[in-house]
Write a protein that binds this ligand. Structure first.
Ligand code: S3P
Length: 174
């Protein structure tokens, strides 16, 4: 993908596979992969759960915005973002202007199954994950829809999703 002159930013709900798909996509394209959540944890020297507990969500969102703005620098790389990053007006504007946003989307049952594999997500610690995700989908999906590219992640192997992204990118470029 010789024409690629900026980062590809994966957005979408928790559990959709942004990190796994992002790593494979980066490998296929021969470019770097960066996980924004991991960058935030490294910068803060704390896990995301600890940041939420000690400083609250607004503090986390501010760190998230700063990390993402540092990563959007005209270098083609794949960036996986946390599910809430694109909801922040400033972060979203940065992504839409300086990168290509790819909304990875899956049905609720798939998301619920995938988030059950890891219990480190602060927003899913209180309450039923299915209900929390359904509410988040209602609020967030119209915003994720602003991404330049929309790809549905089927309940199949991630490499199939990567192929779908590559095809969508080629179409988008024209
Ligand atoms: C969040 C998603 C998480 C993480 C934080 C908040 C969200 O990332 O950034 O727990 O608001 O949806 P993943 O989408 O990678 O799970």
């Amino acid at each position: 993908m010789q024409w690629l002159d900026r980062p590809l930013v994966l957005v979408g709900l928790m559990g959709v596979g942004k990190s796994t798909v992002g790593k494979r996509l980066a490998t296929d394209l021969g470019i770097d992969f960066v996980d924004a959540d991991e960058e935030i944890e490294t910068a803060a020297q704390m896990t995301i759960s600890e940041i939420f507990e000690r400083f609250g969500e607004p503090y986390f969102r501010d760190g998230e915005r700063r990390v993402i703005s540092r990563l959007i620098d005209c270098v083609p790389r794949v960036i996986a973002t946390g599910g809430g990053a694109f909801m922040n007006d400033q972060t979203r504007a940065l992504i839409l202007q300086g990168a290509i946003a790819i909304w990875l989307d899956a049905d609720l049952a798939t998301l619920v199954e995938r988030v059950s594999r890891r219990n480190t997500r602060p927003l899913l610690k209180n309450g039923n994950p299915g209900e929390v995700l359904a509410k988040l989908a209602e609020v967030r999906n119209p915003v994720y829809a602003q991404a330049q590219i929309h790809v549905r992640s089927k309940d199949g192997p991630h490499h199939r999703t990567v192929l779908t992204i590559l095809e969508a990118l080629a179409r988008w470029h024209g």
